[in-house]
Design a protein around this ligand. Structure first.
Ligand SMILES: C[S@@+](CC[C@H](N)C(=O)[O-])C[C@H]1O[C@@H](n2cnc3c(N)ncnc32)[C@H](O)[C@@H]1O
Length: 351
């Protein structure tokens, strides 16, 4: 659409609705997506208008609409399958500004809230997810942990720095281990047919991207993965010189406890291997030669290439590996450009 037309529309909306205009436009823009197939809850959530409940000044708070939507879905599902919801309990173990209580109250549902903060807005304070037990059982646990150290809670939003505050972990791996312990503990506290909803965001720390939703462990049946648009973040107003992809979404993972005794789980595992001493079906001679060129700046003689690759597992399996290397270079003449004297360079500059 014509950029000038959009600017004109924005100006007209601003004139008509003042500072609310952007929220109204965002609401309109996502309405269609949210209402698709007639459901409030779809795999994309957007609540530009935060709604009432909890505290929008509590950094890292979430919209009560998120909790209400999930709660409504879980209640509807239970009712659909003829299950009793009269003693339904919503538990929020890291309840921050008390958003979950407001959401549960709005639907007339019992809620139990904990937080490490000794004086939280609602529920039990001084409850430590790493040390204390989850004494209650619940049908839905809404778990919204800190996103590693992006916002620090103890010593900042409340009290003194606390060593078990998940926003004060030593490093990302320490955070993940503690987060995974919480996931295991909370899953155990679910009742049969219960659900654990984990709301997490990806982060960028010192230029490195970490995907919490990808790295954290999952337990139970992976029922859904919902993407949520982020609105009104402090980082929205910052300007950065280096190009990078801004994070404008967070994720809600819905884990279902279908079976009581058998527990499916999933761990993401990160590992490395070196091309120099590994053979794989996916690694052709051409890939291996091209990567060897890249690792040497893009130009090599055949003699150098033979020396480099002589001890590679591919060469060990092929007594005629030199002939194979020459044939591969010949078969890809357009990619290995001859410079004379048995020297070749790649057809592109190595970054
Ligand atoms: C992202 S905030 C939750 C925000 C909340 N959903 C809201 O809308 O206000 C995370 C909360 O986790 C709490 N927390 C951090 N470490 C904890 C721990 N070990 N045990 C319990 N709560 C913890 C913090 O005090 C903070 O209130």
């Amino acid at each position: 659409m014509d950029e000038r037309l959009i600017q004109r529309a924005a100006a007209v909306l601003e004139q008509e609705f003042g500072s609310d205009w952007l929220t109204i436009a965002q609401q309109l823009g996502t309405e269609n997506l949210r209402q698709r197939v007639g459901k409030e809850l779809t795999s994309f959530m957007a609540f530009p208008e935060r709604g009432n409940g909890g505290d929008n000044r509590w950094r890292g708070n979430c919209s009560p609409e998120v909790v209400v939507s999930v709660l409504r879905y879980v209640l509807d599902t239970k009712r659909y399958y003829g299950k009793n919801t009269s003693d339904f309990v919503l538990l929020d173990p890291m309840s921050g500004s008390g958003t979950s209580k407001a959401a549960a109250d709005a639907l007339g549902i019992q809620s139990v809230l904990y937080d490490l903060n000794p004086a939280p807005a609602a529920g039990l304070g001084g409850w430590n997810a790493l040390k204390n037990d989850v004494e209650h059982s619940a049908d839905l646990i809404f778990f919204h942990p800190p996103y590693h150290n992006i916002i620090q809670y103890s010593g900042n939003m409340w009290g003194k720095p606390h060593p078990d505050d998940l926003s004060r972990c030593e490093n990302y791996n320490d955070f993940l281990e503690k987060l995974n312990l919480c996931i295991r503990k909370l899953y155990m506290a679910l009742r049969k047919d219960g659900r654990l909803a984990v709301l997490v965001g990806d982060i960028r720390s010192q230029g490195k991207f970490y995907s919490i939703q990808h790295d954290m462990m999952r337990m139970g049946d992976f029922e859904s993965f919902l993407v949520k648009g982020q609105f009104n973040c402090v980082s929205d107003s910052r300007r950065y010189a280096k190009p990078f992809i801004p994070i404008v979404t967070e994720y809600l993972l819905l884990l279902h406890k279908k079976d009581i005794l058998m527990i499916p789980y999933h761990y993401a595992k990160e590992n490395y291997f070196s091309i120099e001493d590994t053979d794989l079906t996916a690694l052709t001679w051409h890939h291996l030669i091209r990567m060897t060129f890249e690792s040497r700046g893009g130009q090599m003689t055949l003699a150098e290439l033979y020396v480099c690759l002589a001890s590679h597992p591919k060469s060990k399996k092929n007594t005629h590996f030199r002939e194979r290397i020459r044939a591969t270079i010949y078969e890809h003449k357009d990619q290995y450009i001859s410079c004379g004297n048995g020297s070749y360079r790649l057809s592109y500059q190595v970054a």
